[in-house]
Design a binder for this molecule. Structure first.
Ligand code: F6P
Length: 541
């Protein structure tokens, strides 16, 4: 069964059979027509340039992929999302992250979005200028964001990326893991008198976040902060404000997000408070403006030149036709270190699904495994497999034309590596070429010097790491995910797959800590693991 089944899908299958063995290096070599292949397959949107030319696509491929997008109803899914329709039917919700960066007063929920952002900006400014102080009158020097998943990964990624724009006297920390090591590491580095904790949880029920928040709160009290002064040090961000107040946070220090913003799409809301404190309201606004520029591009550019549409479709080309299991994101930028981790949630929590919107189950692959690491580090680790392993892993290279730091002499080396990797992966090295490199004395070495080549990649180019460009980059991936969800006919905005583990986790936690344990309750493996842990904790069996 193909997605729906669509006639464009069968046409793509026939096209795949024709070009599956064609070689990119031959296409480039034979490409004498103007404009050149690179130019024909390079497009710009929202200030980002995408070179798709090192992908295993021809003009016909793009034509057929765009036909697939049209037939699958990508346009209707896109418009329904922007219009605030219930595009997340299993939770009965809209997905209006785009409204958070919309500028027109007629955008959905505009007044309440603007009011909440003004509240955030006023608060962030007080923290930044030192007029918001801790209970002993000292300015805030440490901001600790406690959250997990979408309440952590987006803000952490952005704060790290825009570190060059950050307030020089404020250090930002992110604590997500219920492993006490995460919070303990941060506690060892902060002074409670100078610390602001932002507890971020859409639901305000998440085990990890609530555990860390409670531990930190208790620590503040132990360290001498009077209960009634905790309001100086704790603020909350949630779509469930009453729970925030119940936790003990002053109602005036609650920033609201809404159920029509998905957790992994929420950094544009009050969930981004740590971003605003780090870089200021102006840069936060620039982040929103960049995302809005990508929204406009997604809404208005013809599919043939539409970055999120093309990225989504090319991903489907590899996943569903070439059978690629994973795709790699390789930002050639330390500042973009957390982009792959952020994208793992965005891509896999959104599109790692088997149930279709019509209630049937898919019999085609959906989300690829998303992974990544900044270049050039990856080159000295797993790039070996990308070059010579038998598996094809499509890659998104992300390059910054100008550095955001003062060590500019490093930059040509960084960019050279980025561009050379995509070239080497595409070109490969034939056995004849390998024999020459091995030389007549070492013929047995030649097979080891062969590179299959024909390894596809897209290069995304940002002129500089501004908040604006970063916003556009994130929105590009958000919309790419929607495009793929539309073709796969799935709902990218729910995440039922995280629930079963949470339910069983509560049972196991009780079994780990209860005075007695009934080992017949679980399968023998889980029971044995529980018994081992109970013994180690001195709880007997
Ligand atoms: O368990 C998954 C999840 O619900 C994510 O979707 C979400 O981003 C994360 O947990 C955190 O949820 P919350 O913001 O409600 O604490």
């Amino acid at each position: 069964m193909t997605p729906n089944p669509l006639s464009s899908w069968s046409a793509l299958q026939a096209h795949y059979d024709e070009i599956r063995d064609a070689r990119l290096r031959d296409w480039f070599a034979a490409d004498t027509a103007a404009p050149a292949r690179a130019e024909r397959f390079t497009f710009e949107g929202g200030g980002i340039v995408a070179d798709f030319s090192k992908n295993r696509i021809t003009d016909d491929t793009l034509h057929l992929l765009v036909a697939l997008a049209r037939e699958a109803g990508v346009e209707q899914r896109r418009d329904a999302m922007f219009a605030g329709e219930i595009v997340n039917p299993t939770e009965g919700r809209a997905a209006l992250h785009t409204a958070l960066r919309a500028t027109g007063a007629d955008a959905p929920y505009h007044a309440q979005i603007v009011a909440e952002r003004a509240k955030m900006a006023a608060f962030a400014e007080r923290v930044r200028n030192g007029t918001w102080t801790g209970h002993t009158g000292k300015r805030i020097r440490y901001v600790v964001n406690i959250g997990i998943g979408g309440s952590d990964l987006g803000p952490k990624m952005v704060v790290h990326a825009l570190d060059h724009l950050a307030h020089p006297e404020i250090s930002s920390y992110f604590v997500s893991n219920v492993d006490g090591a995460d919070l303990a590491r941060v506690m060892a580095r902060i002074d409670p008198e100078e610390t602001l904790a932002i507890i971020v949880s859409k639901t305000f029920t998440t085990l990890e976040t609530m555990t860390n928040a409670q531990t930190l709160r208790d620590w503040f009290v132990q360290k001498g902060c009077p209960e009634q002064a905790l309001a100086k040090h704790f603020v909350g961000v949630s779509a469930n404000p009453s729970e925030v107040v119940k936790f003990g946070i002053d109602a005036n220090n609650v920033f609201e997000m809404w159920d029509w913003v998905g957790g992994r799409y929420s950094l544009w809301s009050a969930v981004g408070l740590s971003i605003m404190i780090a870089v200021g309201a102006q840069h936060f606004d620039a982040l929103l403006a960049g995302a809005n520029a990508m929204d406009t591009h997604f809404k208005t550019a013809p599919f043939e030149r539409n970055l999120p549409v093309l990225m989504g479709l090319i991903g489907i080309w590899y996943r569903n036709f070439f059978g690629s299991q994973s795709y790699l994101v390789a930002p050639y930028s330390e500042a973009l270190h957390f982009v792959p981790a952020y994208l793992q949630q965005l891509e896999m929590e959104s599109n790692g699904k088997s149930a279709r919107l019509d209630g049937q189950f898919v019999d085609y692959p959906t989300s690829a495994v998303t992974w990544g690491e900044p270049g050039t580090n990856g080159q000295h680790a797993f790039f070996q497999m990308l070059h010579q392993g038998p598996t094809i892993v499509p890659i998104d290279f992300i390059a910054l034309l100008t550095p955001e730091h003062p060590l500019v002499s490093h930059h040509p080396k960084l960019l050279a590596n980025c561009f050379a990797q995509s070239e080497a992966l595409m070109l490969g090295r034939t056995i004849e070429e390998a024999r020459k490199v091995a030389g007549p004395d070492k013929p047995s070495l030649a097979p080891h010097l062969v590179f299959p080549g024909n390894r596809p990649s897209t290069t995304l180019i940002l002129d500089a790491l501004t908040a604006h460009r970063l916003g556009a980059l994130i929105a590009l991936y958000e919309h790419k995910v929607l495009v793929q969800a539309a073709v796969w006919n799935i709902n990218p905005f729910d995440q039922w797959g995280v629930e079963l583990g949470k339910i069983l986790g509560k049972v196991v936690e009780a079994d780990l800590t209860a005075p007695a344990f009934d080992a017949t309750k679980h399968d023998s493996s889980t029971s044995a693991l529980i018994v081992r842990a109970r013994k180690a904790a001195g709880a007997g069996s």
